[in-house]
Design a protein around this ligand. Structure first.
Ligand code: FUC
Length: 736
C-alpha cells in the first residue's frame, strides 16, 4: 500500500510534465544542467501579478520572486528620471527563498524544463538510486506560487528553508511559515508569506528558518503583495497586503495539490493553446537536443521550424504570465526582475517598447491579456492630464505622456508627444478584434475623442493649408522639428481609428466632420531623393544610417496607412528605407540582404520583431523570416529571453505579434491568408486560433505555399473578403 501511494505521488508529478496536446508538438524549454545566470538561464513562471525565476539548483535551490506593483518613487509630473524613492522610481526586487538540502550527493540524469502549455516547471535528477522531482507553477485562479519537492524514497528530503526581502524587511518563522512585511520610503506596504505542507517527516522552526527533516515530499505555497491600487484618487494605495495573503493561503490549503494543479493547468492552457502554428517539421535528431543546444545550431544556420514555433509560443506564454486582468501591464522585463536598480527602471517605455509588448495580444487570441494595458492607460489619464497642462499650458485639452511611465502616474525623461496617439491604437484595436460594443462605448470612445481634442488644439496650420505636428522628435533619432513623419502617421492613425469608432457607434456627427477635415489636411508621407520614405519633412535621410528605430515606417506596421495594395508607391519607398536600415542600400547597395547584413544598433531585442512585421506587411516572407533568424541568432539568450542587451522582453512579445502577420493579415479591409511566408515554411503547415479584425477566428492549412483549406468563424454571420492564393473572394463566416 505504502509503495503504491509513493508510486502514485511520483506518477502524479510526472503526469503534469507530459505536454498538453499542442499540435502534437512538444513545446518545452528543457536543459541538462541547472541555471547559473538568473537573466539568461532561469525559467520564468508568472500568474500576471507574481513571478518567480526557476534556477533548478540541486543542493541549493534559490527561488527569486517578484510582484508587479512593488515600485519605488511617487507621482512625478516633471520628469526627473531618477530611480530614487522621491523621483521617478523603479520596479523592485521582492525577495527570494532558498531551499538547502542535506547531502544529495553526486547526481545524474539531470533535466529541468518549462512546459509552455501547462506553465509547469519541472526539475528531476537521480542520486544514490533516489529520484528527486520538483514541480512548480504560478496559479492565477488561486493567486499563489506553488513549489513541490518530492523524492522516490521515503524520508529522503532533509534541509532548511530561509526567506529574504530585497527591501530590507526581516523575515520571521512562525509554525510552518516564514513571512516578512515592511514599508518602502514612498509608503508602499509590502508583505510576503510562505508556508510548508509536508508529507512524512517533520518541519520545525530554527531561528528565522524552517528545518525540514526526513520528509517524503513537501509543498511550499508563496504569496507576495503590496497595498498598491491603480487609482490616482486613492493616492495609489489600497488594502493592507498581509490579511489578503492570509485569506488566499487559507483558501489554497482547502484544495488538495492535484486540484490546485488542475485548476492552474485548465486556466493557463486555455490561453496558451488558444492559438497554434505549425510551420514545418524539425528532424527528430534535432528535437532530441535541449533547447540551448538547438538555439546554437539554429544560430549557425540549421533548420528548426519547431524552434520558430517555440519562440512564437514563448512570447504568448510570457504575456499570459505577466499580463492578466486586474493587474498591471507587462513592463520592460515582463515582471521578472532581480535588481533594485534595473535598466531603464524596468518601466513602461512608450516610444515602441510597451506597445510592442502587446502586439500579440489581439491577433493571437489573448485579448483578455490586453486589458491590463488598457486599464493602465485609463489610470494614467488624470496624472497625464496634469503633467500635460503643466508642460503645454493650463488650457490644454486632452493629454499625452513622457517616454517613461511609472505605476504612480509618473512621467519620466523626454516628452514623447505622440505617445497618447499610439496608446489610442491599442484602445481601438481591442474593439476592432473583439467587436465588444459596450467596451467601445464605455471605455474606448471617450479616450479616443479626448486624444483627438489634444491634437485638434496642437496641430499647426501651414501657409498651404496642410497640418503638421509641431516640434516632434523621431524617437531617439532627432532633430526636434515640425512634421516628423512618425508623428504625422500616428495622428493619421488616431483620426482614422476615431472615425471608425464614432461611425460604429453612430455618434458625434459634427465632430466626425471636424476630424475628417483634419485627416484630409494632414501633411502627407513623402518620397525622398534616393527613393526612400522620408523620416522628416526635409529630405535628409542617410542611406547608410542603421539606427535601430524605424519610426517613420510606423505607417507600414503597426499602422496601416501604407500598404502594397492601397499605396504601392509609398510601399516601394518603405522597402527602400527598410533595406537601408539593414545594410542593403547606399554604399552597401551591392551587399546582399542577409541575416548578417543587419548590423550594430539595428541588432536589438525589439528592432528585429518590428522589421519582421514590416516585411510581412510589405509581402516579403523571406526577409520577414530573416528577421526571426536574426533575433534568435544575435539577441536571444539560452532561456529564450530576448536581449537588447540587457535582457528586455519586448523582443519576445513582439515576435509573437509579428510572426502571425506572415500568416494572416486583416488591416486592409480583407482577410489575407499566407500574405508573407518564407520559402522555408512553404512545404506544409497550418495555423489555428489566430484572430482577424471584425471578430473573426481563422484556421488554415497549406502545402507547397498554397492554401489547401481554411475556416473563418465568428459569433454572428458576416460577409468577408478573403484573399486566398492571390484571388479575392467574397464569402460568409461560419457561426460558432
Ligand atoms: C527605447 C529604445 C532603447 C531601449 C529603451 C528601453 O528608448 O530606444 O533602445 O529599448 O527604450
Amino acid at each position: 500500500m505504502k509503495i503504491l501511494k509513493q508510486a502514485f505521488t511520483i506518477a502524479l508529478l510526472f503526469a503534469t510534465s507530459v505536454s498538453y496536446a499542442d499540435n502534437g508538438k512538444d513545446l518545452r524549454l528543457w536543459y541538462k544542467q541547472p541555471a547559473r545566470l538568473w537573466h539568461a538561464e532561469g525559467l520564468p513562471l508568472g500568474n500576471g501579478r507574481m513571478g518567480a525565476m526557476m534556477m533548478g539548483g540541486i543542493n541549493t535551490d534559490t527561488i527569486q520572486f517578484n510582484e508587479i506593483s512593488l515600485w519605488s518613487g511617487d507621482n512625478n509630473w516633471d520628469g526627473d528620471y531618477e530611480t530614487g524613492d522621491r523621483g521617478f522610481g523603479s520596479y523592485r526586487d521582492f525577495g527570494r527563498f532558498v531551499v538547502d538540502f542535506n547531502n544529495i550527493g553526486t547526481v545524474h540524469a539531470y533535466t529541468r524544463s518549462l512546459n509552455l502549455t501547462t506553465g509547469v516547471q519541472n526539475t528531476s535528477f537521480e542520486s544514490n538510486g533516489i529520484k528527486f522531482i520538483r514541480e512548480s507553477f504560478a496559479s492565477n485562479p488561486d493567486q499563489m506560487l506553488v513549489f513541490r519537492f518530492a523524492a522516490s524514497k521515503k524520508g529522503a528530503l532533509s534541509g532548511k528553508i530561509s526567506m529574504t526581502s530585497a527591501q530590507g524587511a526581516i523575515s520571521k518563522a512562525n509554525g510552518k511559515t516564514l513571512s516578512f512585511l515592511g514599508e518602502m520610503p514612498n509608503k508602499l506596504k509590502y508583505a510576503s508569506k510562505l508556508l510548508i505542507v509536508n508529507e512524512g517527516g517533520s518541519v520545525r522552526m530554527e531561528g528565522n528558518t524552517l528545518v525540514f527533516d526526513k520528509c517524503n515530499s513537501f509543498i511550499v505555497y508563496l504569496d507576495a503583495r503590496t497595498n498598491y491600487k491603480p487609482d490616482y484618487n486613492s493616492g495609489w494605495r489600497g488594502d493592507d497586503p498581509m490579511p489578503v495573503i492570509e485569506k488566499e493561503q487559507a483558501a489554497v490549503l482547502k484544495l488538495d495539490y492535484k486540484n490546485l494543479l488542475n485548476r492552474h493547468i485548465k486556466d493557463i492552457s486555455r490561453l496558451n493553446a488558444a492559438a497554434t502554428i505549425d510551420v514545418g517539421k524539425t528532424l527528430d535528431a534535432v528535437l532530441a537536443q535541449p533547447i540551448d543546444v538547438r538555439l546554437k545550431q539554429y544560430a549557425a544556420g540549421s533548420n528548426d521550424p519547431d524552434l520558430e514555433e517555440t519562440i512564437f509560443q514563448y512570447g504568448r506564454y510570457l504575456l499570459v504570465s505577466s499580463s492578466r486582468p486586474g493587474s498591471l501591464p507587462a513592463n520592460l522585463q515582463g515582471l521578472w526582475n532581480n535588481s533594485n536598480n534595473p535598466p531603464w527602471a524596468s518601466d513602461y517605455h512608450n516610444n515602441i517598447n510597451v506597445q510592442m509588448n502587446y502586439w500579440a495580444a489581439e491577433s493571437t487570441n489573448l485579448s483578455e491579456c490586453h486589458v491590463p494595458l488598457i486599464d493602465f492607460i485609463i489610470a494614467a489619464q488624470e496624472p497625464c492630464r496634469i503633467a500635460t497642462r503643466k508642460a503645454f499650458g493650463q488650457n490644454t485639452r486632452g493629454w499625452t505622456a513622457r517616454t517613461s511611465q511609472s505605476i504612480y502616474g509618473g512621467n519620466g525623461w523626454e516628452w514623447n508627444i505622440p505617445a497618447s496617439a499610439w496608446y489610442a491604437q491599442h484602445v481601438y484595436e481591442h474593439w476592432a478584434f473583439t467587436q465588444d460594443k459596450n467596451y467601445l462605448q464605455q471605455k474606448a470612445y471617450p479616450i479616443l475623442k479626448e486624444i483627438c481634442n489634444y491634437w485638434e488644439d496642437r496641430l499647426k496650420k501651414m501657409p498651404d493649408g496642410t497640418l503638421l505636428v509641431p516640434n516632434g522628435w523621431s524617437p531617439e533619432h532627432g532633430p526636434r522639428e515640425d512634421g516628423v513623419m512618425h508623428d504625422q502617421q500616428l495622428v493619421w492613425d488616431l483620426f482614422q481609428n476615431y472615425l471608425e469608432a464614432a461611425g460604429a457607434l453612430g455618434v458625434d456627427a459634427d465632430y466626425q466632420g471636424k476630424v475628417k477635415d483634419m485627416l484630409i489636411h494632414l501633411g502627407p508621407n513623402k518620397i525622398g531623393r534616393w527613393g526612400q520614405l522620408q523620416e522628416w519633412q526635409t529630405d535628409r535621410d542617410d542611406p547608410d544610417d542603421q539606427h535601430r528605430h524605424t519610426s517613420h515606417l510606423f505607417a507600414v506596421y503597426p499602422g496601416h496607412q501604407i500598404s502594397p495594395t492601397t499605396t504601392p508607391e509609398l510601399a516601394k519607398a518603405a522597402i527602400i528605407s527598410l533595406r537601408s536600415r539593414s545594410g542593403n542600400y547606399g554604399k552597401n547597395i551591392n551587399t546582399p540582404f542577409t541575416v548578417e547584413s543587419t548590423i550594430g544598433d539595428s541588432r536589438r531585442s525589439w528592432s528585429w520583431p518590428w522589421r519582421c512585421g514590416m516585411w510581412a506587411r510589405l509581402g516579403d516572407g523571406d526577409k520577414a523570416g530573416m528577421m526571426i533568424r536574426g533575433l534568435l541568432k544575435y539577441n536571444t539568450l539560452p532561456n529564450l529571453f530576448t536581449t537588447h542587451p540587457p535582457f528586455q522582453l519586448d523582443g519576445n512579445f513582439g515576435i509573437s505579434g509579428t510572426i502571425p502577420e506572415m500568416l494572416l493579415q486583416s488591416h486592409a479591409g480583407e482577410i489575407s491568408l499566407l500574405p508573407a511566408i518564407p520559402k522555408s515554411w512553404e512545404a506544409k503547415g497550418s495555423f489555428k486560433g489566430l484572430k482577424a479584425r471584425g471578430g473573426f477566428t481563422v484556421e488554415c492549412s497549406w502545402e507547397n505555399g498554397k492554401v489547401i483549406s481554411y475556416k473563418i468563424t465568428s459569433k454572428e454571420q458576416k460577409k468577408i473578403k478573403v484573399r486566398v492564393n492571390g484571388e479575392v473572394k467574397e464569402t460568409l463566416s461560419v457561426v460558432i
